[in-house]
Design a binder for this molecule. Sequence first.
Ligand code: HEC
Length: 134
Amino acid sequence: MKYVLRAIPILAIVGMLVYLVTVMGTIDHPGKPLYKINCASCHGEKGEGIKKLVPPLSGTTYPMEHLDSIPCWLKFGMNHPIVVNGTEYDQIMYPVKLNAIQTANVMNYVLQELQQKDTTVSSKWVEEKWANCK
Ligand code: HEC
């Protein structure tokens, strides 16, 4: 009987841990809803892009190589020919209306979830880039 009683708190703690790990594992990245609303219609749910019209955000090194430019592209739009994975793209990306925190969140979603990179940008970093957009 004594052992059974002793086991109860231990079981309760183990149960809580299992619960936490399960719940945490299913919590979405904070940038995911922002991505779905502001980017997925063009770049695709998984960042696959659209044929020769919209470049992909997954399976390409382009975003990581142009990290510093992305905040300005999102704020002011983008309209110059670029080559991503050997395909030339030259359509307009219109500005998206996101503040610095949202921009950082959506960029982190692209980097961490679509690119599987261990990179995090902050809203302060986004604001620094915005101050120097050409
Ligand atoms: C209206 C469609 C559209 C929307 C919405 C859009 N993009 Fe784009 N995006 C484009 C197009 C088209 C280009 C290529 C522009 C060019 O060639 O000048 C592009 C280029 C890019 C690039 C650089 C190229 C690459 O493949 O890495 C990044 C990064 C990017 N977009 C991220 C985003 C993010 C993040 C969002 C959401 C916040 C977003 N875009 C929303 C159409 C869109």
